[in-house]
Design a protein around this ligand. Structure first.
Ligand code: GDP
Ligand code: MG
Length: 465
């Protein structure tokens, strides 16, 4: 028996009542513990002789006093061919929280310990069943809100992303070895062809990395949803537009400026792309504290936005308040929506073009629903523009911010290595940059990673996974 490794247990199904609840056990003593608490329905069957990956029906009992806890189906997955790589037992119970509690108490009395968040997956990672990118994909898969997001996580889990990174890593290490071999003979000059060849290799690895990063940015969009933020001066018709795009009266609409104090958000889906529509407080010099906070919130929404829709009502001429809003959002290249187009226009679109440089404006009306579909279509077009004819963009392999962060770091370091190899080549510096870049790729795969980082990553998981 492994003395060091504890056997862990946890509920794998959500809390509360359900048809079935599953409790998992994993570790060197998993089989021994369940064996003591389980009476097979057919006396001829026994857990010890049971084939791996099969189910057996029987009764869960407390061995100390023979109290029956539940009629159960027990599944046994012997290591190393299991999720964690250890012996794993899954107990299918009737889904009563009381039964689950009693079962966990029983298992801990028999020597198991309650698992922490993500501890099963962490064991899978530590036992080399999966790499870290795959482990994180499992968390993303569980929390996926849309099919598209689940698709990204599933591709990452399948190892496609890790394979690509593995190749990148090997190429970096080969290159590093060549450069380091040169470092041993500092007195020799480096032929320009050789430096050129290195540069070519770095550029090619860099291209590969930046393709992954760009596709990952779209992956994040799919996972989290694009944030489309409606902005405009007070009474521009933002909340009305928000409600009619949702087809729901979520936001309060009044003729009084400053009604919306907080940002409201709701999800719509267009062309498979989740979009979080955000209604904000009107941006203006404010009278009350509550409204001021609303404006601060609106400004932070603008920073987080994937896309901004600037609402300009047609029943008022372009004025100072519109100018103020434009100051805040102009550089984010917003879509301009002309609102309240069912009313008599006093707005001169030529003036808007003159002040903003926007030629294209979308005529909308929350009242008649004019132009709403076109506005959504334009948003979706803007968000998917670059993805159109690129397979990798269409099916991203990565969506985790941590991974993208590491890859962006690696890219920066490659750029550093390129600079270092300029004439005259500074091999030490180039090697240091390449080594650090490899370190970031390793970080994604979990090859060189500290306990603290691992703790932080697995803390995001649910208990029982
Ligand atoms: N006729 C008409 N009135 C509108 C339309 N959209 C908004 N309004 C009116 O304009 C006023 C301000 O609307 P609201 O959505 O609260 O603007 P917000 O301050 O930008 O959120 C309200 O009295 C609305 O009824 C529209 O499409 N047509
Ligand atoms: Mg409003």
């Amino acid at each position: 028996m492994d003395q060091g490794i504890e056997t862990i247990c946890a509920r794998a199904t959500p809390p509360g009542m359900g048809a079935i609840a599953i409790v998992r056990l994993s570790g060197p003593r998993a089989l021994e513990i369940i064996d003591r608490c389980f009476l097979p329905h057919r006396a001829t069957q026994s857990l010890a002789e049971m084939r791996s990956h099969t189910l057996i029906f029987g009764h869960l009992v407390d061995p100390t006093d023979r109290t029956a806890i539940d009629d159960v189906l027990v599944g046994v997955m012997r290591g190393p061919h299991s999720y964690t790589g250890e012996d794993v037992v899954e107990i299918n119970l009737h889904g009563s929280p009381a039964i689950v509690r009693a079962t966990l108490r029983l298992l801990t009395e028999q020597g198991a310990r309650l698992a922490g968040p993500g501890e099963f997956t962490r064991r899978a990672f530590e036992n080399g069943q999966i790499d870290l990118a795959q482990a994180e994909a499992i968390c993303d898969l569980i929390t996926a809100q849309t099919q598209a997001a689940a698709g990204v996580a599933l591709r990452q889990l399948s190892g496609q992303f890790s394979d690509r990174l593995g190749t990148i890593r090997e190429r970096l290490i080969d290159l590093l070895a060549e450069i380091e071999a040169r470092l041993d003979f500092p007195e020799e000059d480096i032929p320009p062809e050789e430096a050129d060849r290195w540069l070519l290799m770095i550029h090619s690895v860099g291209d590969e990395l930046s393709r992954l990063v760009t596709s990952g940015e779209r992956g994040r969009l799919l996972a989290e949803g694009a944030r489309i933020v409606l902005v405009g001066k007070p009474n521009a018709g933002k909340s009305s537009l928000f409600n009619s795009l949702l087809d729901d009266d979520r936001a309060i609409v009044t003729p009084e400026p400053g009604t919306t104090r907080d940002s409201l958000e709701a999800m719509i889906e267009a062309d498979g792309l989740p979009m979080n529509l955000v209604d904000t407080a009107g941006l203006r010099a404010v009278e009350s504290e509550v409204e001021r906070l609303g404006v601060v919130r609106a400004e932070s929404e603008i920073r987080r936005a994937s896309l901004i829709v600037l609402c300009v009502p047609v029943d008022e001429p372009w004025g100072r308040k519109d100018e103020q809003v434009w100051q805040l959002v102009g550089e984010r290249d917003p879509i301009v929506a002309l609102t309240k187009c069912d009313l008599n226009p006093t707005l001169d679109p030529a003036k808007v073009t003159e002040r903003t440089g926007c030629e294209k404006m979308h005529r909308t009306s929350a009242l008649t629903h004019e132009g709403l579909e076109e506005l959504i279509a334009e948003c979706s077009l803007r968000l998917t523009e670059e993805a159109e004819d690129d397979q990798e963009q269409a099916d991203p392999l990565v969506s985790t911010e941590r991974h993208l962060d590491e890859l962006r770091h690696a890219l920066n370091l490659l750029a550093g290595a390129v600079r270092a190899l300029a004439d005259p080549p500074a091999l030490e510096l180039a090697a240091a940059d390449l080594r650090a870049a490899t370190g970031h790729v390793d970080g994604v795969l979990g090859l060189e990673i500290g306990e603290e980082v691992l703790d932080r990553i697995f803390d995001r998981f649910c208990i029982g996974k």
